[in-house]
Design a protein around this ligand. Sequence first.
Ligand code: HEC
Ligand code: HEC
Length: 376
Amino acid sequence: MSVAGTAGTKVWVVGALAVAAIGGGTVVLTQCTRGAGVRDGGDATLVAAARDYRTYCGLCHGDEGEGYAADNANALRNQQFLASVSDEFLRVNIERGHPGTSMAAYGERYGGPLDDGQIEALVRFLRAWQTVPPAEMPEPEGGNALAGAGTYRTLCASCHGARGEGTTALSLNNPIFLETASDAQIRYAIAKGREGTPMPGFEERLSPARLDDLVALIRSWGREVDDPGAAHPELVRPELPEQIVLNPDGGAPTFSPLRDGRYVPSAEVARALERGSRIIFLDARAPSDYVRYHLPGAVVAPYYDVEQIVERLPRDGTWIIAYCGCPHAASGRVMDALRDRGFANTAVLDEGVIYWKDEGYPVVTGPLPGTMADAE
Ligand code: HEC
Ligand code: HEC
């Protein structure tokens, strides 16, 4: 048996604190009658964490943790999720993110915006959503990856992708997920599902041995983390460069009318790059993602810190293209902020930067904007 949470080291209190974040950025803390209340840290930390959650996480995971505000961002408030993951799982997944997906590394050490204390507080904030005790989770016994492959193809691949890369649901082959999730936790997710999300429970349809096979299969996808941010800590802090405009002497790009008045397709943006058009690329993701790769000439403009870039942008009609991985949430937020402030020619890269890279369009690695000549 393995039990999630911090059992053993810390007393687990059911419903000790309900943190309700309501409209207008107001945060209300409600002390529930059950449990001993907040111990280490105190309410002020949780209020700050609630604010951080809104600033950094709600965009994709939903302001109330309901999930799916963008992309495949899971429901962080889901009780089966909370009951089956440890604090350490939450901490590391927030700190390091899921490389290759729109879940960025939020930890400072990995080029993200949050220090250790903020991440600890976020973990406690998420825990406060939990209303059920930690799950009792049987460990898988043995399990045969090969035998699991057939079951996976028929029952799982449609949502999680042929190799667990994630399609309509989150990925299962992510190195950080596999490094931090226990076998028991993975098995529990498959057996019980996640109520209120598309993830069904399979314990009625699959024998215990079949469940174990699936865990073995998912485990077999483990691999090294491709993480230049971690490998080169000196590279992780990109800053806004002097020159924000790419190809300042180039002509204006020509785009077809934007889809929904907002989105420009990758093919047209690639053509503008190829022609050396005058343009500004804003990378709306966390800087940790920017360092991994970005469009040639792009500058850091994280969705949670729009003001610093606004001051620096020219108001001469230069086209400004924002992009992210999600593929529209973060970039859309940045573009809307620019439009609110009267910038004329703005658009969002329609398919997002993950597609852009997968299609073989040029990208640059590291903390500097780079040029087409630096692109891979
Ligand atoms: C730009 C969108 C986006 C933002 C912003 C974001 N996430 Fe995520 N997050 C995702 C996606 C998408 C996934 C699933 C990634 C995958 O497919 O592996 C994820 C995964 C996670 C996971 C792992 C869940 C699991 O079971 O594997 C945790 C924990 C998490 N996010 C917490 C947070 C927290 C806390 C924040 C704020 C600091 C945050 N996320 C901000 C998109 C986002
Ligand atoms: C209809 C779509 C769908 C199907 C089919 C499906 N899943 Fe899922 N799965 C999801 C979604 C969505 C989530 C995340 C739910 C949440 O917590 O928000 C998920 C979560 C999971 C998780 C937890 C991952 C994590 O990061 O916390 C595992 C493990 C998992 N699924 C395995 C499987 C396996 C194995 C199968 C096949 C037996 C399967 N799923 C079938 C949609 C699906």
